[in-house]
Design a protein around this ligand. Sequence first.
Ligand code: SF4
Ligand code: SF4
Length: 470
Amino acid sequence: MKHIPIIPVPIEETELALFEERRKIYPRSQKGWFSSWRWVLVFFTQLMFYGTAWLNWNGRQAVLFDLTTRKFYIFGLVFWPQDFIYLAVLLVISALTLFLFTAVAGRLFCGYACPQTVYTEIFLWIEKKIEGERPARMKLDAAPLSARKFSLKFSKHTAWIVFALWTGFTFVGYFTPIHQLASEVTSLTLGPWETFWLLFYGFATYGNAGWMREQVCKYMCPYARFQSAMFDKDTLIVTYDTERGEPRGARNKKIDYKASGLGSCVDCSICVQVCPTGIDIRNGLQYECIACGACIDGCDQVMDKMGYARGLIRYTTEHALNRKLDSKAMWQRVFRLRTLIYSGILGLIILLTALSLAYHLPLKVDVIRDRGMPKVTEAGAIENVYKLQVMNTQEVPRRYSVAVKGADGALILNNVDISVTAASTTAFPVRVRIPAAALQPGSNRIRFVVKDLDSPDITVTEKAVFIMPR
Ligand code: SF4
Ligand code: SF4
């Protein structure tokens, strides 16, 4: 066999970075319809977040998640650990709402209501107020350190930190009464857990909205990754109309650009400069796009200046774009079977939850039978002892009566007209005597009926077992 010599081939060494190098983004300010709506949402969500914590209801904080007493107060409602089902329902409603919005309008939530977007918008606003517009910020960052640069950067970070700490304080104020928290902060007597969470939440806000910004959306947010599974060709997305825009190129406003073989895009790059995630929407739909609409506003203004029709970049669907559907046909397809099913399920769950809350009885009863042996009386009757736990979920004291049903001659031996203070639980023993002839030997079902003496329509019946000796 002939020996074939192996000739070594030189391998060219190429060094590849494991991570893409971050390119700092300096979004240009943009005015327009979508930008106004974004600010409306910023004001609305922040007013809700910072304002609600200070509202009072019935002499207490209106919204308070009191973990120490394990009671959640939401205006007139008090939720106990037993109401965990409502938390599960809330999560289901949130998930379905997100599915619905994503199927209809893509990442609408990301662009307008996500806390990351909202805080980034606020932090950017502070940055612009202190460092100036996009060119000034770029120039400042490129310049060597000077007294002016130091003072601008110092002012910006101080403002960011103050705002972030205020956000952390408000967050903790939903778990510790906010007035008490405020006096603890001012008197420097804040507890270790409150201090930890205030600083943790404040630091997270500062880091995410001040430093990481679009990196959170691009690399950390799981929703950005799985939202494409909820998209289809009838989902509204921010799209560049390639057919109308290409070939792009600079031109004189006065020329007939169509006759010159050009499309509507003047290649001004405004759409890229205003983009908070720094992408070029003309390259097609990208997962980094948070559907904020800033590029639509920017491009529309360019179109206005050029005297061209608006909408070179617009919210539309893939089907509408490819099949040239008019807006009526497009909207008919947006509200398709899938979105109608989501809406139907969502509406039904919300309706059932609202009904359940409306008819939610402010009284809960638990019965536990004492494990001791039943007592046989001289008269031949049998006694069983129970522990009744009565929970008054109203924020006023209530009085209750207890009766036992399910056997002839059944009676309660001790006094069971009880009072329970506001939003609290009382446990007490109940001795039940039943004539031996009234029930079969073994386990028998009886019922305890607990009635609110001030509102007799508030009545709870709870089953229990009565042991009759054999
Ligand atoms: S803003 Fe409009 S015209 Fe300007 S580059 Fe973007 S798509 Fe083209
Ligand atoms: S491409 Fe347009 S809609 Fe998408 S994130 Fe950038 S500016 Fe917002």
